[in-house]
Design a protein. Structure first.
Length: 260
């Protein structure tokens, strides 16, 4: 089994347990469920912001512990102050040491869109995302049938969420060009073996229709890379562990942004 296979297998078990603990109908009564979501497109295209989606994560399967001490509230606030267009918050517990409550903690202190970074395999998780304060969900093409991508994206839009679709190759892209998707992210990280190659972004860039926000994800650690990706046509850049691996992620993003 690949790492992705293991994560998805575990995720299906987790979702069934979560449904038993907090029924779907109960999520609909959570305070954040009825709060309007912020627009990912507007924030990314805002000329006063950087286009960066800065990530908060404590650990990963490939790197182990990354940063277990920095508080989510402190980090996301610093990201916003540095000009991030959005923040990504990992909520997977077993492999990334995240928590659903991290979304609510982030929502309480920032006013830019929050992406729930999760391996979504069930509509229940989309409802959870809204209930805990997320504005955006991630759908990973490698984890889902195209019918599921279409169904999940439509449901997300129905309840007001933005949708970021993650693809790894041309076939995944062409199979999933649905109207309810707002942004398409090219993941430069191979989810089967976790190797990284920025060339994936350049290879798929011109194949992404212009109506979608174009996002390059993973493996971005140099401001020059963002300059090159932006010049090529990308509008947004998801940066994962580059800031979190430092002792002060807030300072790291500020120093990074000065060089863009």
């Amino acid at each position: 089994m690949t790492i992705l296979d293991k994560i998805i297998e575990r995720k299906r078990i987790e979702v069934e347990k979560a449904k038993a603990l907090v029924p779907f109908e109960e999520l609909l009564n959570y305070p954040y469920f009825n709060v309007a979501c912020l627009s990912l497109r507007e924030s990314i295209l805002d000329p006063e912001k950087t286009g960066i989606i800065a990530e908060y994560k404590r650990a990963s399967p490939s790197k182990g512990d990354i940063n277990s001490t920095a508080k989510v509230e402190d980090v996301v606030k610093a990201y916003e102050e540095a000009g991030a267009s959005a923040v990504s918050v990992l909520t997977d517990g077993e492999f990334f040491k995240g928590h659903l409550e991290d979304l609510s903690k982030a929502r309480a202190v920032i006013s830019i869109p929050i992406l729930r970074k999760e391996f979504i395999v069930d509509k229940y998780q989309i409802t959870e995302a809204k209930a805990y304060g997320a504005d955006v969900i991630l759908l990973i093409a490698a984890c889902l049938k195209k019918e599921e991508v279409q169904e999940f994206a439509a449901y997300a839009h129905q309840i007001g969420l933005n949708v970021l679709l993650e693809v790894h190759n041309e076939q995944e892209l062409l199979d999933n060009l649905f109207d309810d998707i707002d942004a398409i992210g090219v993941n430069n990280r191979n989810l089967k073996d976790f190797t990284v190659d920025i060339q994936h972004s350049y290879d798929l860039l011109d194949k992404i229709p212009s109506e979608y926000i174009k996002v390059s994800e993973s493996g971005i650690s140099d401001p020059k890379t963002i300059k090159a990706l932006k010049k090529a046509g990308f509008q947004s850049f998801l940066i994962g562990e580059n800031f979190m691996k430092t002792t002060d992620p807030g300072k790291a993003i500020k120093d990074f942004v000065k060089e863009i």
